[in-house]
Design a protein around this ligand. Structure first.
Ligand code: HEC
Length: 159
């Protein structure tokens, strides 16, 4: 119920004094509500649900957020020319396949390498600071992406 109507529902015309009083009460009520909302918003950053996905979120922030927005709480990272994880999951039908093979997809081979692979040939240096990922790291990142897809309704929880 909107604040202004509070006085009216009590079945009497509010006097000037009491309407001032109830306006003040309304303001406090509104302030209280917005504080509750603010706290609710602040305390619900993208939270990964399993330890593996949690690790995937941390790794994504470390290694992917340089270019991609990787979670809702990091909306201001990344570069605007690079699609966010969320956009890719929402709008690419084959997002799962693409994430599953991101290491081989451009532009990543220019700077991401699998741990244990041969070092980059000297005549083909990484174009930016090189990132070396292990298979476990990749599994964690994909677990995080999967969870994001479940949250976005793009994947069944146990698919
Ligand atoms: C140096 C910047 C950069 C970093 C770091 C980076 N990406 Fe990307 N990524 C891009 C760009 C740019 C594209 C879009 C390429 C295109 O449109 O062809 C992309 C595309 C992708 C795609 C879609 C690929 C396709 O072919 O459709 C996936 C999946 C992806 N990135 C995952 C990741 C993951 C996971 C990480 C972290 C481990 C990561 N990226 C780190 C720049 C980056």
């Amino acid at each position: 119920m909107p604040c202004q109507e509070l006085g009216r529902t009590r079945g009497r015309q509010p006097s000037a004094a009491s309407s001032q009083h109830s306006t003040a009460r309304c303001n406090i009520l509104n302030l209280g509500l917005s504080m509750v909302l603010l706290i609710a918003v602040q305390s619900s950053p993208a939270k990964a649900q399993t330890p593996l996905a949690e690790r995937g979120l941390a790794l994504s922030k470390l290694h992917c957020a340089r270019c991609h927005i990787v979670s809702e709480s990091d909306r201001f990272t990344g570069t605007s020319s690079t699609p966010s994880f969320k956009i890719m999951i929402e709008f690419l039908k084959d997002w799962e396949e693409r994430f599953g093979s991101f290491m081989a997809r451009n532009p990543h081979p220019a700077h991401i390498r699998l741990d244990g692979d041969d070092p980059r040939p000297e005549h083909l240096p990484a174009t930016i600071r090189e990132v070396i990922l292990s298979l476990d790291d990749i599994e964690a990142i994909l677990a995080y992406v999967d969870q994001m897809a479940v949250d976005l309704g793009k994947k069944q929880p146990d698919d």
